[in-house]
Design a binder for this molecule. Sequence first.
Ligand code: GDP
Ligand code: IMO
Ligand code: MG
Length: 432
Amino acid sequence: MSGIVVVGAQWGDEGKGKLVDVFAEKADMVVRYQGGANAGHTLVVNGQKTVLHLVPSGILRPDTTCVITSGVVIDVFSIRDEIKRLIAGGYLQNPKQLLISDTATIILPYHKSLDAAREAALQGGKIGTTGKGIGPAYEDRASRRAVLLGDIFDPKTLKEKLELALREKNFMLENYYKTSTFKLDELLEQLKEVAEDLAPYRAKDTSLFISKALKANKRVMFEGAQGTMLDILHGTYPFVTSSSTLSANACVSAGVGPTNIQKVIGVFKAYTTRVGSGPFPTELHDEVGQKIQADGHEFGATTGRARRCGWLDLVALKYAIRVNGITNLAMMKIDVLSGHDRIGVCTAYKINGEIVNELPTSPYELEKVEPVVEWMTGWKEDLTKVKTLSDLPRPATNFIDFVGSQLGTPIDVISVGPGREQTLWVKPLFNN
Ligand code: GDP
Ligand code: IMO
Ligand code: MG
């Protein structure tokens, strides 16, 4: 029981990367379990920023092994660049620090083209995807025609699979979407090169590797991508990503049993953001929302798009606690709320004049709810230099206490800035 899952409790970009990096100091292993290069996880060490898309956020700790499971969709060109950048930055000096599952699905250029073409065809009802080919790649997995990482090391299988895939994809791209197609020989050539670069990291059986570590009582942290409300089954469908972002999927994707999980840490911002389309009950369309966006630098780490901003939504957070089985919480970016006279917290919704405490499962209903907002006194002080909980101004402590008591789940970490050192511990996350 030494596994800990770190899961996004909102619409993504909660600060999972920072928390995992801080936490990885004490972890033996960090396992990324779903999503792909749609994720952007930002780590700030000694003022230097590293943005990771596929590589787990434990990579800046040389003694922490990082694993990518078969539940992740891997853009092989993107991960090769990410690895190169890490090595050039003085990290990942030992290839044994990173293991990538041979049975993970790979994302190829035609997945990205299809992603873009489908979004364009949606016109008014766009999802606002990151354009990284995530949906088309997971579709291929489900329809049993995916190219797996292991295939790029087996020229015969790769050629057969790609021939089959290109026949269908090129037909769709050319005839339905009226866009450019891909050539088999060129793709094979590119993949040959990439296979050489990725060979040192390939792993045949990451499930066995992770299971052995768990059995030996090693500290294994499972790092989620995206957030609860973007889950394919339990998010605001269809405005979601194409994988299950929930904590339970850490076990499914890694190939370990749920009895290995000791804690589920839900990461949330002291307010709410969302990138892309879809319902967002507490969204602010005024200068308050603009201030949060500016102070929080709320621009996507993957696409650079401005993130929509709003007050903290406790209805959605309680839902996240329920569907993930969250045992402990980490509140990020409370420093961003400095300088407001009053701070809103949504404690319930109103639908047709009636108070509702549970998140509606229909996104169209969620679109229509009116948030019930309780107001807390704000504070002017800069929190980014605060070193201990007792140094927080009284209104900030009141805000944290109010949120904690409403959620009925302990908040173990308060983050007051992007840097590793800007972390206030209420309680250590590892028990052992
Ligand atoms: P992730 O996708 O959940 O890993 O989050 P992102 O990295 O996409 O977005 C979070 C952003 O907030 C990054 O730019 C982080 O460096 C930054 N960040 C994380 N924690 C804090 C915090 O407590 N305060 C502030 N001001 N920034 C933070
Ligand atoms: P991290 O791990 C925030 C959103 C996209 C879009 C929807 C579907 O950094 O928290 P996709 O490309 O996955 O098909 O897009 O999901 N989205 C994210 N939003 N953070 C992310 O990842 C996201 N990954 C996808 O903006 O609305
Ligand atoms: Mg992000």
